[in-house]
Design a protein around this ligand. Structure first.
Ligand code: MCN
Length: 798
């Protein structure tokens, strides 16, 4: 019996090249005649372009090209399309103003591209960009979504007459109202889900090469989904046949969502490569990344939970204002709606739920998905209001959750907000998480903290997310303008090794290991006999890319189907060679055996026979082995779990230390527990960053005041505890591998656990709420104000 590779904790194959500095990233690539692009960007958040004079820049030595918005319009270049249309409560489509590649007439956020400069060297391009004279008339800006909805707010798109992108609702309003009318108690929270800047280690980059003979391009790009970028850029922006555009994503150093989207810079480099006849490269500086990568989150939410006497949830009402930024990024409208509101049942049986979302345009960079997208914002709001419910009901936070969990025998569970959870065992996940965290040992640890003058709190958060972004039928019904299936191709080489082509894209997730594990396991090969190719539209038949923890659930599904086709063909070959009936052939341990006999054909004999078809059923079978599969699943997957966190607070400085954090995760069948643990750890780091550190600040004119890593605090290794990870495996019921997503759990679930722990620590002081990021200053102020209130009360009592 060959050892199973599915489920094995194998170190990542790709790390051998990453750790030795042998990765090849877009900016590492240079071609003969390489030219360099610099983008001239708006210094204002809102301004009228009175004039652009590029004559001096064009005349500078080494300058190859200067393009403005007017030039693009004259060339018929289209705007950047949005891939998701939300229909509002009024039955009308969302407002969808044009998103120009280069601004014309008005700039709507700081950093918006105004002109492209291409030169022989980067330095010359930078000098020339400074020589482009742009006459801008600064206008008033609005950077806050709530303020943007006020009647007198400065308008982002004047032609709309307002800043509303859409108002959208889901759920049964009447049922919710009736439940609130008979509630014994109501828990309420008002909270901000702070805007984040994704900050992948590798900034975005592009290097476009034009082939004049074929009039086609190869564009090397830091993208999470090459085929989608090809589709959008070819069909909507450049208006050329798709086959004229090849997108290659070489090694990509992280994305966290920010590299899903179609950005202006890749259009500009592609156009410039043809216009100059030179390869054109652009690489974002970190300050550009802060201004021009899609930002994330940015919600203001009020959530109310109605409870009966026993603490049973009767109804949940959520009202959210979401910031879209100045333009709609590729998937932006879906994040606060379908990826957010549909998850408000959480792990609970809440019978009635109503969610209203108002999305607003502001004079800020576009906002779109970031690890956990929508589901992270939902989990945070839900677990904060559940925690509040425990306090107003006088119930233990564990007990109130237990009373309301969806029980194990209730699956498939149809939530009141439109999703059906296929499988899960939430109660077991909670029990395992409490044990893993030594929940009961907390009082002793708190006493020890108090003895050192520290406050200590513990927090719990249960999370569940719709991951495995697909199925096409559901997402297109919800407004997605694309199908979200996945493609795979398997080519078996003559000597039995295998190349796997997947439409998923790995930019840190370890697909070269885990996808190889799946195929090697299926074929009884070693993992080193399987090569995984991804990120090249010329090599991979099709693909919808990587986001929404879809790669293993959807891409892995396609892979499993393709592998089955290979095995079926192998059985036919084996039946011919072994002179047996096809139905008698069983494939086990990498051998095609005639059932009940000792006759067998090995894997390599089979692949050789297919490539040297001497004794081969050529009348029925084609030589060689190459199989394609396209997989569109019937449902999302619903990974879920529980995080427990303990924090210590220094009341004199406001510094919060995350002392303990652990989680239990149901990711369905685990393919590689080591990779899963790494995925959880990365997500948890981002959750801690959002909860305690990361803060985007715009000044009143719309300038980004936190536009560098000196001003925007990312978590570092020393900020993180050792993160405990355990699995609570309940296979998914509807995909070939039984997997659920594993890429976002940390970011989705841990934020609320951290803030709930902090609020638990601060509760003895009478502090009931605090906004993220709970920076030392915020915590210190909250403590100082609480103490002042306490002193005042004591004074008035005296
Ligand atoms: N996996 C597994 N067993 C399962 C499910 C998944 O072993 N039951 C493995 C997969 O094979 C894959 C990894 O876990 O190697 C994550 O799988 P999956 O949940 O399918 O998620 P994706 O591969 O689609 O990755 C997307 C997800 C998202 S949405 C973001 S954002 C994200 C993330 O993964 N961005 C990342 N992880 C990241 N990790 C790194 N290093 N960098 C990013 O930018």
């Amino acid at each position: 019996m060959t050892e199973r590779l599915i489920g094995a904790a194998i170190p990542r194959k790709e790390d051998a090249r990453f750790l030795r500095g042998l990765g090849r990233y877009t900016d590492d690539l240079s071609f003969p005649g390489q030219a360099h692009a610099v983008i001239l960007r708006s210094p204002h958040a809102h301004a009228r372009i009175r004039a652009i004079d590029a004559a001096a820049a064009r005349a500078m030595p080494g300058v190859l090209l200067v393009l403005t918005g007017e030039d693009l319009a004259a060339m018929g270049v289209g705007g950047l399309p949005c891939g998701w249309q939300v229909t509002g409560v009024d039955g009308k489509p969302m407002a969808e103003p044009p998103h120009p590649v280069l601004a014309r007439e008005i700039v709507r956020h700081q950093g918006e591209p105004i002109a492209l400069v291409v030169a022989e060297t980067l330095a010359k391009a930078k000098d020339a960009a400074e020589a482009v004279r742009v006459d801008l008339e600064a206008l008033p800006a609005v950077t806050d979504a709530l303020a943007a909805l006020a009647p007198d707010a400065p308008l982002v798109h004047a032609e709309l007459g307002h800043n509303r992108c859409y108002e959208w609702t889901i759920g049964d309003r009447a049922a919710v109202d009736a439940a609130f009318a008979r509630a014994a108690r109501v828990a309420e929270v008002e909270l901000v889900n702070n805007r984040l800047v994704p900050n992948a280690l590798e900034t975005r980059a592009c290097n476009a090469v034009h082939d004049p003979a074929a009039d086609s391009w190869t564009v090397y790009l830091t993208t999470q989904n090459p085929h989608v970028i090809r589709l959008l850029m070819a069909a909507f922006v450049l208006k050329v046949p798709e086959h004229k555009l090849r997108i290659v994503a070489p090694d990509v150093g992280g994305g966290f969502g920010s590299k899903i989207y179609h950005y202006p810079e890749e259009v500009l480099c592609t156009l410039a490569a043809k216009l100059t006849g030179r390869p054109v490269k652009w690489t974002a500086e970190r300050s550009e990344a802060f201004l021009c990568d899609a930002h994330a989150r940015d919600h203001v939410t009020r959530a109310r939970l109605a409870l009966d006497e026993a603490g049973t949830f009767l109804a949940l009402e959520v009202d959210t204002v979401a910031d879209m930024g100045a333009y709609l990024s590729t998937f932006a409208p879906s994040i606060p709606t379908y990826f957010y509101a549909l998850m408000f049942s959480g792990q609970y049986r809440t019978p009635a739920i109503h969610v209203r979302v108002r999305a607003a345009f502001t004079h800020t960079p576009p906002v779109d998905a970031y690890r956990g997208a929508g589901r992270a914002e939902c989990t945070y709001a839900l677990e904060r209001v559940v925690e509040r419910a425990a306090r107003v009901s006088g119930l233990d936070p564990v007990e109130i959750r237990k009373r309301n969990l969806v029980p194990k025998d209730a699956f498939p569970f149809a939530s009141p907000v439109g999703v059906v959870y296929d499988t899960g065992d939430f109660a077991r996940g909670l029990e395992l998480a409490l044990a893993e965290a030594d929940w009961d040992g907390f009082p002793a640890r708190r006493a020890a903290s108090e003895a050192r003058g520290r406050l200590r709190g513990r927090g719990l958060a249960l999370w569940i997310e719709s991951s495995g972004a697909a199925p096409s039928k559901a997402v297109t019904a919800l407004g997605c303008r694309a199908g979200l299936f996945e493609a795979a191709k398997i080519r078996v080489h003559p000597t039995g090794s295998v190349t796997v082509y997947t439409g998923a894209h790995s930019h840190g997730q370890g697909h070269e290991t885990t996808f190889a594990q799946v195929v090697a396991d299926k074929f009884g090969l070693s993992i080193d006999q399987v090569e995984v190719v991804h990120g090249d539209t010329a090599a991979v038949p099709f693909g919808m890319g990587t986001y929404g923890s879809r790669s293993m659930a959807v891409g892995g599904g396609a892979l499993a189907l393709a592998a089955d086709k290979v095995i079926e063909k192998g059985k036919k070959i084996a039946a011919h060679i072994l002179e047996a009936a096809e139905t008698d052939i069983v494939f086990e341990n990498g051998r095609f055996e005639v059932a009940g006999t000792d006759r067998a054909l090995g894997w390599v004999q089979m692949s050789l026979a297919a490539h040297v078809p001497a004794n081969y059923p050529l009348d029925r079978l084609e030589p060689c082995i190459e199989e394609n599969a396209f997989y569109d699943p019937p449902n999302f997957t619903f990974p879920n779990g529980a995080f427990v966190c303990e924090v210590e607070v220094d009341p004199e400085t406001g510094v919060v230390t995350v002392d303990r954090l652990s989680g239990v995760h149901d990711v369905g069948t685990p393919i590689n527990p080591l990779v899963i643990e790494g995925q959880v750890q990365g997500g948890v780091a981002q959750a801690i960053g959002q909860a305690l550190m990361e803060r985007v600040v715009f000044d009143s004119s719309g300038q980004l005041a936190s536009g560098s890593l000196l001003d925007y605090r990312l978590p570092r290794a020393a900020d993180l505890p050792s993160i405990g990870t355990a699995l609570n495996t309940v296979p998914c019921a509807h995909n070939p591998l039984g997997v659920k997503g594993a890429g976002e759990s940390g970011a989705t679930g841990a934020t609320a656990a951290v803030v709930n722990a902090l609020l638990d620590a601060l509760a003895p002081l009478g502090i009931e709420t605090i906004d993220m990021p709970a920076t030392p200053e915020r915590v210190w102020r909250a403590i100082a104000e609480a103490r002042a209130r306490g002193t005042a009360r004591a004074g008035s009592a005296g």
